[in-house]
Design a protein around this ligand. Structure first.
Ligand code: AMP
Length: 563
């Protein structure tokens, strides 16, 4: 059977899982024997890249050649690291992490004779925060492609955790709140675990709020203590080596405070040494506002869920995932706030395991579609589209080609998984028909509204303005607004939909464009020139997509590099 992997590509740590012969998800160890790999990349020399714990440990000595927290920059415009004369995009840096962890996972499977010596693994599902928009998802997918992987899907981390919880815990009929605080991101999601389906109701969060900010507060505190104890007023944090050293010891102290009342931290700079003993109480007071921000975002999400008919009284329990939920103040605060049981659930592995379940499900679907297309002579793309649009049912297709439900696959193959979009997607429209195209008349028209179930589709009619117009380009904006109409300034432009029209259309010809957000939250377009009902080529170009040249350069470097 084709081996597929689920990958939790975390801000600070990454983890890989597969489904074993008995249908259970299992996390695979890396070459260092660890179950999670630090998402840190050390560009040792051109052609030599080190990923994981050895890279993290090198950060002190080589701060300029080590990149961490790359997930914070994925999908953000114009970010690159200049190392050894190359300009490295977040996609490229992430692809080294993927290459390392997938390579190690394959080696672990080979060691157990579960993979042939010459067999490689290509098919993967990668997770991302529910809060990621299209650019971040596109970039994550591109990173996978660069690493030579076939990305079967991108799935939200809380959904992945809920899949693991639902299936391995055999949980049914429960509404859970997944509170996911990782190293760099925060997501809060309400999920209804039904007997045969896992349904996301609402999601919210902040993709720059994570454990690293708790570390930063310790770093600032220790730097201030250093100044107080030594009288040296230099800004010690501008020295990269000191900053790296402090980052490592701050994270260590933070973790220690999850289990104990006190944590010592020592700092050496300019020949002077300071020592700080941080108490849990002090730490809580230094970071209290960060905790409150997670509560505020939870409250906002609960209000959105309430508007969809899911009142907070319906929540049965809170599931904590993500390494940072090990901080005891999170459980204490949530229990006081929601007054429902709070459970820490497999914080390091639940996401990767859920991704493995989802990957297995996707590969079962792919097998069914392939077999069905072979037997009926139908085009695979058409069959897929019918499934997405609800016109065909995967279970019926499986039966039609004599494939038992989920044959050879895990329980995930036979459950429904319904996700929602965390953002709204729209275009610029004009306030009234005939209004001039002057700025004053522009409004943001949201075609797909936040927290709508995926896949979602919406059709809009446009008209050509000139005779023989050959292209139409439509600005696509993403926003957090939950309304149909808004001010253009509420949205962030994420790209352009470009339609190529046939020759000879008169001015005012109607063109219908369909926006579709697929299950992975990626935008797909279809357009039809309605007068003669001709399909029109439609592409979506993201603003920040890595350029063709940068991609080719990155690919060449990656192929020539030992990871
Ligand atoms: P994740 O992205 O889910 O792997 O979470 C990683 C984050 O969890 C990092 O910021 C870690 O410092 C943090 N973390 C891991 N273990 C602990 C712990 N015992 N106490 C506090 N934070 C932790």
């Amino acid at each position: 059977m084709n081996k597929v992997l689920g990958i939790d590509l975390g801000t600070t740590y990454s983890c890989v899982a597969y489904i074993d012969a008995s249908g259970k998800p299992v996390v695979l160890k890396n070459a260092e024997g660890e179950l999670t790999t630090p998402s840190v990349v050390f560009f040792e020399s051109p052609g030599n890249v080190v990923v994981g714990t050895p890279a993290k440990e090198s950060s002190k000595l080589y701060p300029d050649e080590v990149v961490g927290l790359v997930k914070r920059s994925i999908g953000q415009p114009g970010i690159a690291w200049d190392i050894h004369g190359a300009s490295l995009t977040p996609e490229e840096v992430s692809s080294y992490i993927l290459k390392k962890i997938v390579g190690d996972a394959a080696a672990a499977l080979r060691a157990e004779n579960l993979l042939e010596p010459d067999e490689v693994i290509r098919d993967v599902v990668i997770t991302c925060p529910a809060y990621f928009g299209i650019s971040e998802r596109e970039s994550t997918s591109k990173a996978g492609e660069l690493a030579g992987l076939n990305v079967l899907g991108i799935i939200n981390e809380p959904t992945a955790a809920a899949i693991t919880y639902g299936i391995t815990g055999m949980i049914e009929n429960k509404v859970v709140l997944v509170f996911d605080l990782g190293g760099g991101t925060f997501d809060v999601t309400m999920i209804d675990i039904q007997p045969n389906a896992i349904k996301v109701i609402c999601t919210g969060g902040d993709h720059s709020l994570g454990g690293k900010l708790w570390d930063d507060r310790i770093i600032e505190y220790v730097a201030a203590e250093y100044a107080r104890q030594t009288g040296n007023t230099d800004d010690i944090l501008t020295d990269p080596e000191t900053l790296q050293e402090l980052s490592l010891s701050a994270e260590r102290a933070k973790k220690m405070l999850s289990a104990r009342e006190r944590a010592p931290i020592a700092i050496n700079y300019a020949g002077e040494r300071a020592r700080v003993e941080l108490t849990r109480e002090q730490f809580n007071s230094l970071t209290g506002d960060l905790l409150e921000r997670t509560m505020l975002l939870t409250e906002q999400m609960l209000e959105d869920a309430g508007a969809k008919g899911y009142s907070r009284g319906r929540i049965d329990e809170v599931l904590l995932v993500g390494g940072s939920t090990r901080m005891p103040q999170i459980t204490e605060r949530l229990e006081a706030y929601l007054r429902i049981p709070v459970k820490i659930y497999d914080p390091d592995e639940a996401v990767a395991k859920g991704a493995a379940y989802y990957a297995d499900r996707q590969s079962f679907f792919a097998d069914v579609v392939e077999k069905y297309s072979e037997q009926t002579g139908r085009d695979e793309q058409d069959v897929r589209r019918e499934i997405d649009e609800g016109a065909a049912d995967i279970k019926e297709l499986a039966r039609a080609v004599d494939m038992e439900e989920g044959e050879g696959h895990s329980a995930a193959a036979s459950i429904g998984i319904v996700n929602v979009t965390s953002r709204s997607f729209g275009t610029i429209a004009f306030e009234s028909v005939g209004a001039s195209e002057e700025e004053g008349g522009e409004v943001l028209y949201n075609m797909i509204i936040k927290n709508t179930e995926l896949p979602a589709r919406e059709v809009r009619q446009f008209y050509t303005v000139a005779e023989n117009q050959r292209t139409v380009s439509i600005r696509v904006l993403e926003s957090l607004s939950g309304e149909r109409h808004g001010a253009p300034g509420e949205g962030t432009e994420i790209g352009e939909a470009v339609l190529e029209l046939p020759e000879g259309l008169p001015a005012g010809s109607p063109v219908e464009i369909e926006f579709r957000l697929n299950e992975s939250g990626l935008l797909e377009l279809r357009a039809v020139e309605t007068a003669q009902n001709r399909e029109v080529s439609a592409r979506f170009e993201t603003v920040d997509a890595i350029s063709e040249n940068a991609y080719a350069e990155a690919k060449r470097r990656l192929d020539e590099t030992n990871v």
